[in-house]
Design a protein around this ligand. Structure first.
Ligand SMILES: *Cc1c(COP(=O)(O)O)cnc(C)c1O
Ligand code: SF4
Length: 334
């Protein structure tokens, strides 16, 4: 729903764009010149509705129902299929959560669920059933998260995740960073965000200023799955972050019908690096209910990795990993 203009007057450009994201499958299909009858079968959107910023839609090919960007966001009938091995919380994250919103699974770094909100709803999302309502540090539990970090001086890196931490306003982010500043053991701040891709306007002056003005070493891990996601507006945002001294990495998810080809993965790495982003992880799909149609087998993934290793310098080859409930790090495959 688009809020009335008066309510938007004091919002940043990106906040307007976020509020005006497409949530109606029929509208999305119409913009793309596709049969809107397809929308009738999109009932799956009810529990995890369609949400996609217009800036991302502008990069989709018209009249192509198999467009890789469209496939990532359009609800599909296949989501209602029950497939054994796919469940609500395959990573047992809710067990890892020591304090609401705080995931301390790996040594030395802690992941904070800064918010449940996201600028886009990716159909394969591993946290699509995450109980954000009770578990995010943006709410009342913020102080509990800081107390936890104060009691764990071995943690020197804080990862802001979500949802998407860059759906928080610059003001909220500044307050969160201010609270972290009080903790002498924190040396690095890492932000995991898909906003630089789906809503590049988010990288505004205020954010760049805020992130250049902190004493932590700052990293951002963006999330692009296909080279077509990176256009000039994305490049502009990334170069601003880069100019602010933020180290940029990318994580992608290996997705059937989106990027399960060596040509696409090679082009993705090349395109990212041209924008000074280093390929970091290529994730195997987390087996969350409703996402089985995106799964690529481990055997096929290994074949793809062999092909891209033969075509790229080592620093452009992402690490193929899987997240496992009780492991002490991501599990490297191959
Ligand atoms: C992935 C993840 C991290 C970060 O892992 P790195 O290997 O450092 O990128 C940290 N905490 C949790 C809970 C994670 O899932
Ligand atoms: S951006 Fe990340 S957290 Fe948000 S819906 Fe997509 S995969 Fe999930």
């Amino acid at each position: 729903m688009i809020p009335p203009k008066s309510a938007l007057r004091h919002r940043a450009v990106w906040q307007k764009e976020l509020a005006e994201a497409i949530v109606d499958p029929a509208e999305l299909l119409e913009i793309l010149g596709l049969d809107t009858a397809m929308a009738a079968a999109r009932a799956m959107g009810e529990s995890f509705p369609l949400r996609v910023p217009r800036a991302f839609v502008a990069r989709m090919k018209k009249h192509d129902p198999t467009d890789p960007l469209l496939r990532q966001v359009l609800p599909s009938d296949e989501e209602s299929r029950t497939v054994s091995g796919f469940c609500g919380d395959p990573l047992a994250e809710q067990r890892t959560m020591t304090v609401p919103g705080v995931l301390h699974k790996y040594h030395g770094r802690v992941l904070l669920i800064a918010t449940g909100a996201c600028g886009v709803h990716c159909r394969y999302c591993f946290r699509r059933e995450f109980p954000y309502g009770q578990a995010n540090v943006g709410a009342a539990d913020w102080r509990a998260a800081m107390d936890y970090l104060a009691k764990h001086p071995e943690v020197n890196e804080v990862i802001l995740s979500g949802g998407d931490p860059l759906t928080l306003s610059n003001h909220r982010l500044a307050r969160l960073i201010e609270a972290l500043r009080g903790l002498p053991s924190i040396r690095r701040l890492r932000i995991h965000s898909r906003q630089p891709i789906v809503l590049p306007e988010r990288i505004d002056e205020g954010l760049v200023e805020l992130l250049s003005d902190i004493h932590f070493q700052t990293l951002m891990v963006i999330h692009a799955n296909h080279p077509q996601e990176i256009d000039n507006s994305v490049r502009t945002g990334l170069s601003r972050l880069n100019a602010a001294g933020i180290t940029l990495f990318n994580q992608a998810v290996l997705l059937r019908g989106v990027n399960d080809s060596a040509d696409i993965l090679v082009a993705l790495s090349e395109t990212l690096f041209a924008a000074k982003v280093i390929p970091y992880y290529l994730h195997m799909l987390d087996r969350v209910r409703g996402t089985a149609h995106f799964e690529v087998s481990e055997r096929q993934a290994l074949v793809l990795m062999q092909e891209i290793r033969a075509r790229l310098p080592g620093y452009l080859v992402p690490r193929l990993v899987r997240e496992q409930p009780d492991a002490t790090s991501k599990t490297f495959i191959g």
